[in-house]
Design a protein around this ligand. Sequence first.
Ligand code: UDX
Length: 434
Amino acid sequence: MKIGVIGTGYVGLVTAVGLADMGHNVTGTDKVTEKIEKASRGIVPIYEPGLGDLLRKNLKKGNLCFNSDLEETIRSSDVLFVCVNTPQRKDGSADMTFVEGVSRCIAENLNGYKLIVEKSTVPVRTSSWIKRTMTLYKAGECSFDVASNPEFLREGSAVSDFLDPDRIIIGVESDKARDMLLKIYEKYKDKIYITNIDTAELIKHASNSFLAMKISYINLISDLCEKTDADVEFVAKGMGLDSRIGKQFLQAGLGYGGSCFPKDVRALVKMGEDLGIDMKLLKEVDRINMARTDMFIKKVKNALWILKNKKLAVLGLAFKPRTDDIRNAPSIHIIERLLEEEARLSLYDPEAVKNIKALFPEGRPEILYAASAYQALEGANAALFVTEWEELKNLDLKKAKKLMENPIIIDGRNIFKPGDVRKLGFEYYSIGRK
Ligand code: UDX
């Protein structure tokens, strides 16, 4: 079986490399020639631990290649994994223009049976639209199947998520499609769960929205903790000891960001509303998440009163650790709000500075990009911790205190233990803890 992976963005690149590492013959294709040139030379344009090594290993093995000729990739493949992006539209729904375009191109280049596998996150019922597009534009009599195989990888641990998944969801409606996908994922046969296509499509959105709901839930509980003597860390731990609840995704803080959760929750809301379903539960999940910036800015103001001309070190800019991705990162809203208050900012992140600079260009007197966390802390009136990078967790706080103008920490990710930090002489504010 020859596999074509269409789209070499985040999901596509990991999918192409992962499938090649499983021993398959894979061609990755993308209309952006720069991505293809880089991938062909073993260069990963994003920061993702382990991906570069695996890419180079499989290029060397000879069963992985990249090109920007979509039509040729379609013609020479038996299976096509569709990994193009589905950006969010103004009304929250997913923009399916690229999926439609690729479907049409597959239809026009159908030179034999093809299995078209949706890998990108798509709204439930997308497969029916792909099938309709295929039927409308299909050249000749060749047959095809559509299947759904949603991707659950997390940024920062994408390689291990792909190669050691909790489950592989396969949505199919023909024996042939099922058998082909079972063959591709032969190695993982105990982890495969087969459903119909609508179900598989919905599993993806339902899973991400559920995890987002867990985060907003614990953030709501953290607000309650702040008004009482309860401590959210212990509440989360106590809840997580119940195996029905589970301990993961109960870390209170600045809320969820990234390319998936915010977009997927809104897309599911829109999908449900279009089908006449009351989606208030998930709207509230989104609202609670968006309100986390307000909550944090309030804490900063409570600690510093007037922010104008105060120097604030903002530590951690990526939407989470181990990535350079800043899409929907809480840091963006926080920086915008602090600039509105005319604060002076020194910004630091181990990987995401380049991306943040594109939004907040260098050269403005109120923004300084620091080369290290310590440099950012020099003369600061407060340190704001926004992403829980290991490097930041391991900061030498004694040294930090000496560098700062005022020893004030506002910890948006509960990185430190309150007792430890206070013992060093810091004024310390965190989330849902005293
Ligand atoms: C997510 C899903 O986990 C993955 O399965 C899907 O395919 C893509 O979306 P990702 O966006 O890479 O992955 O990040 P994830 O690790 O899930 O974290 C999402 C956001 O939630 C981050 O901003 C993180 O900081 C936040 N989060 C996570 C919390 O605030 N608290 C938690 O307890 C867990």
